[in-house]
Design a protein around this ligand. Structure first.
Ligand code: DC
Length: 223
């Protein structure tokens, strides 16, 4: 039997990647972090010193760039034209550039093809902003994972601090709030809950509670 396509959308810092990783491990599925693809395009735009809001430039960049996801010991690695950018794209600055290039129709069209080909075989947990609405509108189970802005800011701040980055929690909270506004306000495939997605507010839940909640929904919906 073909494995399920599980879509998890939601704003930055809601815990999507943490939960999706644990869920995919429990199910024996592949976790696909689609934000990494947008970050990879943002990284390339920055490396070339081009304007991340210029549609013509981004369309030309997309027609020649080679973005790939591969898996090493169960972890996703991202490469751009042969360079491994997995760690370099995980900064707040790259998050903001990713959000900016993600407004581009050319970028979204190019990455849509990659995302669909990664998920078409099933047995995937895919997280992003438009997985349940655009990438896989027929996904077997959809979630919209949310949390309060203050809690999301705190989580992202802790994550960056653990990686040794010297960051201010208020600055991080303001950054993700600005990013969410940009992601939910764009014309194409904005961040929004699919009508058939289960809404989960994780603000006061532990990681285990969220995973259990999602697992029971998956069991219920896939019976
Ligand atoms: O999930 P993330 O924070 O790594 O994503 C970075 C940006 O990429 C996010 O702010 C908006 C964009 N993105 C998107 O538009 N659609 C997706 N499916 C995933 C990410």
């Amino acid at each position: 039997m073909k494995g399920l396509v599980i879509a998890i959308d939601g704003p930055s810092g809601a815990g999507k990647s943490t939960i999706a990783k644990l869920l995919s491990r429990r199910l024996g599925y592949t976790y696909i972090d689609t934000g990494a693809l947008y970050r990879a395009i943002g990284w390339k735009a920055r490396q070339e010193g081009v304007d991340p809001t210029d549609e013509h430039v981004l369309a030309a960049l997309c027609s020649r760039v080679d973005v790939r996801l591969r898996y090493e010991n169960g972890s996703q690695r991202v490469s751009v034209d042969g360079a491994d950018v997995t760690d370099a794209i995980r900064t707040p600055e790259m998050g903001m550039i990713a959000s900016t290039v993600s407004k581009s129709p050319a970028v979204r069209a190019r990455l849509l093809i990659i995302q669909r080909s990664l998920g078409e075989q099933g047995s995937v947990v895919m997280d992003g902003r438009d997985i349940g609405t655009v990438v896989f509108p027929d996904a077997d189970v959809k979630f919209f994972l949310d949390a309060s802005a203050a809690e999301r800011g705190r989580r992202r701040w802790r994550e960056l601090k653990d990686k040794g980055m010297d960051v201010d929690v208020n600055v991080i909270t303001a950054e993700i709030t600005a990013r969410d506004l940009q992601d939910s306000g764009r014309d194409i495939a904005p961040l929004k809950q699919a009508s058939d997605a289960a809404y989960v507010d994780s603000s006061t839940m532990t990681i285990e509670q969220v995973v259990d909640r999602l697992m029971s929904e998956i069991e219920r919906r896939s019976l």
